[in-house]
Design a protein around this ligand. Structure first.
Ligand SMILES: [Zn+2]
Length: 58
């Protein structure tokens, strides 16, 4: 299941600010997903699916 927890991308806070919103509740800056893309299970599944597609085509 995809995590909806996001974190403020600025370094203006003493500690990471986690939120479910697209913007930081404290500084208003954009937030990004707290899980880095390379470690996202969604990405791994997508990569696997693309590999399967390539294999089937050839
Ligand atoms: Zn912030």
């Amino acid at each position: 299941m995809k995590s909806d927890i996001r974190v403020c991308r600025t370094h203006e806070h003493d500690r990471p600010v986690y939120t479910l919103s697209d913007t930081c509740p404290f500084c208003g800056e954009r937030t990004e997903n707290s899980a880095p893309a390379p470690f996202s299970p969604d990405d791994r599944v997508g990569e696997y699916r693309r590999a399967l597609k390539r294999r089937r085509r050839s």
